[in-house]
Design a protein around this ligand. Sequence first.
Ligand code: GDP
Ligand code: MG
Length: 291
Amino acid sequence: MGLFDRLKGKLGGLFVEGEKVNDEFYDELEEALILSDAGAYLACEIVEELRKRCKKESVKLRQDARAVLRGQLTELLESAGSRDMDLKTRPSVVLVTGVNGAGKTTSIGKLAARLTGEGRTVLLCAGDTFRAAAADQLEIWAGRAGCGIIRQQEGADPASVLFDAVNAAKARGVDIVLCDTAGRLQNKQNLMNELNKISRVLDRELPGCSRETLLTLDATTGQNGLAQVKGFSEVAGLTGIILTKLDGTAKGGVTLAVARETGVPVKWVGLGEQLSDFAPFDPVGFVEAIV
Ligand SMILES: Nc1nc2c(ncn2[C@@H]2O[C@H](COP(=O)(O)OP(=O)(O)O)[C@@H](O)[C@H]2O)c(=O)[nH]1
Ligand SMILES: [Mg+2]
């Protein structure tokens, strides 16, 4: 069982042994890509490129076109840049943004568990101060992941919570601070102000520190996800994506669209609600599952 088996859908069914590559095949492929949320524009682009490659390599059979398409889509995903996390300095800071319900708090818990499992020390920062329940939820995850948490009262300034977290991290020699945020993209100006303030705290308290700004993107939101990546990119300067809820969809196409149109790499995937339902994104495994 591969990580992405849930994504095996219509696309994979097109590569029937012994059948020829013809116009009908390309039409079916384009339709399947659109149904998988790749978007009409990208679906067309992928099919045109595949036509070119198959012609150049004299590919006649669908089973052989599969390998060509896999190579092509893997290249597309890898073109979004490095999936490594920049966590060189002690402490490093990872900000996690995303719309409500996308899986920020859950992903922070899972990432924390993974990092502590690798022997790093982690401190969570309850930067979503919008609701008290958000910090409570993060505290439960801190317990599961075996790491500390810094929180303040509901309504506190997120930048002030991060100030506390960074100074606690320095005092305790913690490797990585993972910071939750409230992520209200509905009000861009507000979010921008909040993130700018957070950024200023980091510049002042941890000049030159390694920073990641990750967006949690719910894989089940389809093409709307693309708009979220663009919106948050503009406001927050994203360094990567955590693609959540991949267990809940057979449509992986938005991942292709995000890579092609935003160039922000998917670094992690969420595959369920449990601590261990989390993995680094693997383009080769992903493409093998969808094609
Ligand atoms: N199936 C599934 N559910 C997830 C995943 N990640 C988060 N969730 C669920 O999505 C809901 C919202 O998650 P939460 O972390 O609170 O989102 P936040 O508002 O962005 O902090 C919760 O019920 C989570 O259990 C995932 O990868 N798969
Ligand atoms: Mg949350």
